[in-house]
Structure formats: C-alpha cells, structure tokens
Design a protein around this ligand. Structure first.
Ligand SMILES: [Zn+2]
Length: 519
C-alpha cells in the first residue's frame, strides 16, 4: 500500500496552518520519549579550532534491500589555528543515535523504530597518517582515535575509516520506508576541537530538531548499487551503468553533510534558470503530482532561490540542486545541495507545500552555506530561515491571494498581543524538555517576529544585517554575538539591547520594539 504522507493542519488560523506545516516539524512523539542525559551542549562562543581544507573522499556500496552501506572514508584537513599538538582526533557517529529507541531522534510523527529495525554505524578499521589505530570504540555517537604520533600545528592530516552503516526502517530523516532509502546521517563527520579545554565536541544528537555543528568541507564520492535503483546526492551527480551495476560519482564543493537518497521508483526532471539547475526527484507511484504541479514547483523554488540570493549572496548549489520526494512524514529536512521532502502535494495545498520547499531552500543559506551551532543556537538556523521564507512570500507574492497568508504580515497579525514562551535563544536540549510546540513557537516564529520588528523599524538596515552575515560568514560560522554586533552597527545600541532582550528573556510579547513607534 502506498500511504500518503500528510502534514497536520490546524484549522483555526492561517498562520497556525503554516507554522505546523513548515516550521513546527510536529514532534509529538518526542514529547513522550523519556529524556536521556546528553553531553553538555557546546557553548556557542567557545574557542574552537578552525581546521582548513577539509575534504572527504567516500567510496561506498549500497545494499538497499538489506538497508546497509559499506564504505571507506578518507578525510584530509590541515590542523590550522592550533598552538599545541593534537593527541587525538574525533568524529561524530550520528547514525548511532538510532541504535536504541531511547536515543532515536524524532522529527515527524512516526513511531520510534522497532528493536529489529534500528540503525547504527560500525567503524571496523582506522588509520591516521598511515598509522593503523589498533584500539577504538565506535559503539557510541562519538569516535575518538588516540594517535601514536601527535598531529603538529599546521600539519596535513589524513584519516581513513572503514565502516558499515545500517539504516533504520523509519519515516524519519535517516530511514528506509516504502522502497525509498534515505542514507542521510550515514558517514562519520569530523568534530570541532576546543582549543581552550583541549577537548572534542562529543555531543549526542538531540531528540528533537537538529544539533549539527559541522565544518564546511568539499566532498567527492563514488557509490555503487544494483542497476534497478536511481540515487541522488547533494553533490553534482553522474550516474551510469558499469559491469551490471550502477555507479554514481558525485562532487560537492561545499557541504556540511553528504546525503544520499535512493529508490527504484525515482523519476528525475530538471530545469535550468540562468545559472541554477533544479532537479525534482519524484516518486513515480505518486500520480496525483502532475507535470503542471512539477512546473509550478520549479517556478516557486526558483523564485525562493532568487530572493534568498539577493538577500544572502550567491546560491552555493546552483550547479545541481535536488528536491527529493521520500517517505518522511510530518516534516521535511535540508542537506547541503538537497532537500528531503515527504509526499509531493498538489491541488489546494500547493502553496503550503511550496512554502515547506522554500523553507528547506532557505536552509541552503542559513545553516549550510552560513553555518551555525544548531545545538546551542537553533534560533540562528531555524529562526532566520523562517524569517527569510516569510519575507520571500511577503515581497514576491504580495499580489498573490493564494500565497498571501505565508508572508510576514500574516505571521505578525496572528501573533500580535501574544506571548512567546522562550527564551528563544536556548539550546535544542532545553527544548527537548519543553516539547515540540514550545520549540516551534519560540525558535521558529519568535525569531522571525523579532527580525520582523527590525524590518518594520527599517527594512534597508535589516537587509544590511543579512548582507553582513553573508559577507563575513559564508562557508564558516555565524554566532549570536556576530549578529548582535551587525544589529548595533545598523540600528544602534538601544535596538540591539531590545533584540537581545527578545532572544534571552523567558517571555516576550509581540510586538516589543514597535510599541510606541509610528509606522
Ligand atoms: Zn528548518
């Protein structure tokens, strides 16, 4: 049976409908999961090493029927910005968060995977600069390799890991379901190193939302799998048949994670607008989604890309950007160069669906190109993305009655007089305890409302803040202190302090800054 994924709709308000569909990522199941202790959240202002020239080479074979990937990953980087030698090197093994029901992250409203359907990653061999590491433990979410020879400041490091990954049976972001397999959090990721405490960031993945804190890197990959499948990645893909198997080579110039999605039911369409090639990767069993729907999707996705490029700089994934239909339910998810959608909507839900796509496209800037610590400061990636998406609909669809409800004016009208229960600037682990609705209202809507107040005070200044973030932090990280300083530069110290109040106080009533302002 082909079950259609649906987004829950709240009927009581237009913005309620949007925020449920896009931002809320309704995490009902997360509310009932007993919390487990995580490593402490990495503080955002920590003094972390800035390794350079990070590159991942991935060679993998995908056994889709058994939900397995076997791979060899060679990671190279320059140990720049450290003053003392490194005795260890650390990698996140986020796939292991799916190795028990208690730690499995939940974004949608699927049930936690059954015990026989869990996921995991096992590293079987590790070599650093040609030295084989004999003893290590890859059972948890963090792999620390103790080095026989310390890495010197400025040295180029090469780490080769041989691993195998089992994908859960799940409608979550990392899962196989209804013959579509999302190999998303499938490979080890180089962790951040704190030069003050001399420790690696070893945080566990949060139960709701995202908690990635990963450097920008370049990738190339060679993947093999049975001929009947079609695979797509966040990179520029080239798929061919070789010796009775499919072989896909992919290059991703800038990425923070390398996702693969594969199915025997995929149909790929592509359209190029000036410099940008967008591909839709559609489940051919969903016959409700017509050619016309697909054309409309191309048009709106390109509209969002153009608007975000204007506000936040060039699109990093213009060579080939994929919008992929999968079996995820109740949410959608961004990866560098690729967005993982649920069921491709049509008909009366067009703009609700396009809005979700636009939100995930927004993350191609606010998270992927312009990185942040999404564990300690989810308001930077989720809140700014909610804002720029509603900003897009406010400006580019102002004469479109079908999309008007997605704009900032509609958001502001819905929340006027309401209290946002924050603090907006809390970590994702704080919201693990507060539940999904608190996370959505504070981090997504609350941040967008605070930024909207800045826009209503002076839209050009707000655009200058966005431009400064893009100019100074593309392919790096932006922190809350960076953002506060750009607001102060444009608006002055009083407005900056009011904005900080909205981010840091447990309660914030909309509007705050605009009270007493003649607009
Ligand atoms: Zn988001």
């Amino acid at each position: 049976m082909y079950k259609k994924g649906v987004f829950i709709m709240r009927k009581h308000s237009l913005w309620g409908l949007i925020s449920t569909a896009v931002a809320v990522l309704v995490l009902l199941s997360a509310c009932s999961i007993p919390g487990i202790p995580n490593s402490s959240t990495p503080p955002e202002s920590e003094n972390v090493a800035d390794f350079s020239n990070i590159h991942y080479q991935l060679i993998g074979d995908l056994d889709v029927e058994n939900r397995v990937a076997t791979g060899t990953q060679t990671t190279t980087f320059t140990a720049s910005s450290i003053a003392e030698p490194l005795d260890t090197v650390g990698f996140h093994l986020y796939a292991n968060s799916y190795s028990s029901p208690e730690t499995s992250p939940s974004m949608g409203y699927s049930s936690i995977p059954a015990k026989d359907a869990l996921g995991r990653i096992t590293v079987t061999e590790a070599t650093v600069n040609g030295n084989k590491i004999e003893k290590f433990n890859s059972e948890g979410q963090f792999l620390e390799l103790k080095l026989p020879e310390a890495i010197q400041p400025g040295e180029t490091v090469e780490v080769t890991l041989v691993f195998n990954t089992k994908v859960p049976v799940s409608t979550e972001r990392f899962g196989c379901y209804e013959e579509i397999c999302s190999y998303t959090q499938w490979h080890p990721l180089l962790a951040k190193y704190n030069v003050d405490t001399k420790t690696w960031d070893d945080h566990n993945y949060a139960l709701q939302g995202e908690s990635d804190y990963i450097d920008d890197a370049s990738y190339n990959a060679t993947l093999t799998y049975p001929e009947k499948y079609t695979a797509v990645t966040g990179g520029v893909d080239n798929e061919k048949v070789l010796d009775g198997k499919k072989q896909l080579t992919a290059e991703l110039e800038h990425g923070r994670i390398f996702a693969i999605i594969i199915s025997e039911h995929f149909e790929i369409k592509e359209k190029t607008f000036d410099e940008t090639t967008i591909r839709t990767v559609h489940d051919s069993r969903n016959t409700d989604f017509t050619e016309k729907d697909n054309e409309n999707l191309f048009t709106d996705a390109n509209g969002a890309i153009s608007f975000f490029s204007e506000k936040l700089g060039e699109f990093a994934y213009a060579k080939q950007f994929d919008i992929v239909e999968t079996a995820v339910e109740g949410f959608a998810m961004e990866y560098s160069g690729l967005v993982q959608m649920g069921y491709f909507f049509n008909g009366q839900h067009d703009y609700q669906f396009y809005d979700v796509v636009a939100h995930e496209i927004g993350h191609q800037w606010m998270y992927s190109k312009i990185g942040s610590n999404s564990a300690s400061s989810p308001f930077i990636d989720e809140g700014f993305t909610t804002f720029i998406t509603a900003y897009y609909y406010e400006i580019e669809h102002q004469d479109n009655p079908d999309a008007e409800y997605l704009g900032l004016s509609s958001l502001a009208a819905y929340y006027t007089g309401q209290t946002i229960h924050g603090p907006i600037g809390e970590s994702v682990y704080y919201f693990d305890k507060q539940g999904a609705y608190a996370y959505s209202d504070a981090v997504y809507s609350g941040t967008a409302l605070a930024l909207n107040e800045l826009r209503l005070l002076d839209g050009q200044k707000l655009d200058a803040v966005l431009a400064a973030i893009a100019d100074k932090h593309s392919y790096g990280f932006v922190t809350r202190n960076d953002i506060y300083s750009y607001i102060e530069e444009q608006y002055g110290v009083d407005t900056k302090e009011q904005f900080m109040y909205m981010i840091n106080e447990p309660y914030y009533k909309y509007p705050t800054m605009l009270i007493g302002t003649q607009l």
